[in-house]
Design a protein around this ligand. Structure first.
Ligand SMILES: [Zn+2]
Length: 105
């Protein structure tokens, strides 16, 4: 089932609206849906600072995170179960010895 989600401006409910996420390194963050009118100031900021954004570091970090995100179970080479059984061969008593023991007993 496809759920169509229409985003409306948080201020005037007008659609379409864009979701803007503003985050500061001190932990503050805000997520707002704004139409083109109310998002104007943020659009201006994006235009102003877009070129200044430290894309290099952040994108590299994000890409690295994305690459490591999917947890692929590593195929650990489990030792063959045969190795678990002791390699020592059962001591085979020669027939002669058995006969000798019998005679002794
Ligand atoms: Zn609006």
């Amino acid at each position: 089932m496809v759920k169509l989600q229409v985003i409306g401006c948080d201020i005037c409910r007008q659609t379409p609206a864009l979701t803007y996420e503003i985050a500061a390194s001190d932990g503050r963050s805000v997520e707002v849906d704004l139409c083109s009118n109310h998002g104007e100031s943020i659009e201006a900021l994006l235009a102003d600072f877009g070129s200044l954004a430290k894309k290099g570091d952040e994108e590299a970090a994000e890409e690295a995170a994305e690459e490591t995100a999917p947890v692929v179970p590593k195929r650990t080479r489990t030792p063959a179960k045969k190795a678990a059984t002791p390699r020592r061969r059962p001591k085979v008593t020669p027939l002669e010895d058995i006969e000798a023991l019998k005679k002794k007993g």
